[in-house]
Design a protein around this ligand. Structure first.
Ligand SMILES: *Cc1c(COP(=O)(O)O)cnc(C)c1O
Length: 341
């Protein structure tokens, strides 16, 4: 396969226009037939629901080239069903899971030359999303929507590779207790930008958000879930109704349990417990796992024993296994690898 002429090893996590994207429209109570288009631009009415009241949900997954040249995606069924859950909470129509998978396949096939070569560390990031298109001025759900899916080649999310990062406890909250924290909607990101910019301006890589009701429990960062490793090798991950159910986190729990024989616990995690953990990482599709070396609050600084130089040993094992599964060098659990070509 002839590949696009890109410097694959030095790609950033940015947008590059690829050849084809998938579009389908919802009108008169049903989804129309979707198709691929060359046009990366969207023309919308000035009063479109997305522009006025932010009715939008999205997903993120990757296409990987494996050693033998095949191109696969990782658990796209979970992205499809999560997008249906997100749409429901936003009073939007569901985009059927089987059509979601078809759209993923069509976009990957049509953009195969943009799927980064095996061994470069880069991947084709896929962004499915859906938004309100018809004019809405009185506050109510729109009646017309567009589903789109494009791909863009990306390098590793964190430029300093897998070096541990320093995060701060945010003075802002991410998601209300009975709000929209558990769905993947752009609105959760819009309101976290100020917290992000503030954290970066203060010299931190990311925010740790606490539960807004009591500010005693750990929730997540703006776009990644936490995992902790205890000193006796147990994996602990926060449980809360306002955390986004990360596909990466759910997969790491299975890998820890079934591949490493670890004890795995999902439970509320108090900020005050952090000092007892041996390792900490944040996980999501973009970065897989990024190790956390230090967490800073107004009152204290927690330094994990794994240090600031490299990933903790257990985190590293989890990272190697999960990326091995994604790139086909480690046997995957049934149904995790969806081969496209
Ligand atoms: C997308 C996202 C994650 C990571 O989920 P993955 O399915 O692993 O990519 C975590 N937190 C938030 C808020 C997210 O939007």
């Amino acid at each position: 396969m002839e590949k696009a002429n890109l410097d694959w090893k030095n790609l950033s996590f940015g947008y590059i226009t690829t050849d084809k994207r998938y579009v389908a429209n919802f009108k008169d109570g049903k989804w129309g037939e979707g198709s691929l288009t060359d046009d990366p631009n969207i023309t919308l009415n000035e009063c479109a629901g997305i522009l006025q009241y932010c009715q939008e949900v999205f997903e993120g997954l990757k296409a990987y080239e494996q050693e033998d040249g095949s191109i696969v995606t990782f658990r796209p069924d979970l992205n499809a069903s999560r997008m249906m859950d997100s749409a429901k909470r936003m009073e939007m129509p569901s985009f059927p899971a089987e059509r979601f998978i078809e759209a993923v396949e069509e976009v990957v096939r049509a953009n195969a030359k943009w799927v980064p070569p095996y061994g470069t560390g880069a991947t084709l990031y896929l962004r499915p999303y859906m938004f309100a298109t018809n004019p809405v001025i009185g506050v109510k759900p729109a009646t017309e929507y567009q589903f789109r899916l494009f791909g863009t080649p990306v390098g590793p999310y964190f430029k300093n590779g897998v070096k541990p990062i320093t995060i701060c406890v945010s003075d802002f909250d991410r998601a209300a207790p009975r709000g929209t924290g558990f769905i993947k909607a752009g609105l959760n990101y819009a309101m976290s930008l100020h917290a992000n910019v503030t954290a970066h301006a203060n010299g931190y890589d990311e925010n740790m958000f606490l539960d807004p009701a009591t500010r005693t429990y750990v929730e997540e960062t703006g776009g990644a879930n936490f995992i902790f490793i205890t000193k006796d090798g147990e994996l602990v991950t926060p449980k809360s109704n306002s955390i986004l159910p990360s596909v990466t986190r759910r997969s790491l729990l299975v890998v820890a349990k079934d591949y490493l024989g670890m004890k795995v616990t999902e439970r509320p995690v108090k900020f005050s417990e952090l000092k007892d953990f041996a390792e900490c990482g944040i996980c999501g599709t973009a970065a897989v796992i990024c190790p956390v070396g230090k967490v800073v609050s107004h009152d204290e600084t927690v330094c994990f024993p794994s240090g600031m130089e490299k990933m903790g040993p257990v985190t590293q094992k989890l990272y190697d296994l999960l990326t091995g599964i994604q790139y086909g060098t480690v046997d995957a659990p049934e149904g995790w690898i969806h081969k496209i070509m």
